[in-house]
Design a protein around this ligand. Sequence first.
Ligand SMILES: [Zn+2]
Length: 302
Amino acid sequence: MPDLTREDVLARLTSFRQYLHDGERVPHKPLLVLLALGRLDSSGSSVTPWSVAETKLADLIAEFGPASRTGRAQSAAYPFTRLRNDKVWVLDRDVPNDGVGLLREHGVTGHLDQGLEARLREDPRLLHHAARRLVEAQFPPTVAADVLVAVGLDPDVVLGAEDDVTDLVERRRRSARWREQVLAAWDRQCAFCGFDGQLGGAIVGIEAAHVRWFNLDGPDAADNGLALCSLHHKLFDRGALGLTSSHSIQVSRHFSARTDEARRVYELHDRPLRPRPGTPLPAPQYVSWHDRQVFKGDPIAS
Ligand SMILES: [Zn+2]
């Protein structure tokens, strides 16, 4: 069999069969591959026993996936067994899909396909390219670095990896004008807390945030954007903060803080957005997408 080209390796590691309904986030398989890449990068082997996946992969899915009613072990068993069908992942024992009981009973172990693993081991840059593609396809920039740290990859190395391989899918380009328009429409201040810091006359720590993520088909539209301070942008993208259909800020019950400074986040709960006259509020379809796909479960009590 001829050697796999770099494009072959990237295509196999980043194109899985997914069952998607209208922008639903299903980051389970990408998170398993990222976890395996992290293990391969740090230890030289992608071998991952079910006992590790059951805790570590379940943590990743709970932390970075959409809120779910599925049990933790079940959420990890889904990619651990089903990634086999994508010629990426191999189990050392033939078990049925999604079966947590047999994975536990037999102490099943998984690893990346040997051909893929051999290519990645001899070419660490290729490993970093694959990780970058995966993480950027699934998460916004505010979240990508957190995911990489959680799987044991260095975000500076991975996100700095130059993509010198021809893109398989032409990437959508972000619009610099959209950013300017959103910041101007919200008076260059955080739509949640009003932070409007400047450094030498230029705004600092204020960013244009997509309500529906850009990498998951959120458009660069005025009604899909908010100006947010860096902290609230991060908390919004991680699902600690959300919005109701009537544009009140919501704080997730899963967010907790101890110091007075951090507890000020609680004070945002139920506060309305305050746009200047004429600024379009986020459109219902984007608010609803964020609520279903990003916001972490129930809000704190009003
Ligand atoms: Zn803020």
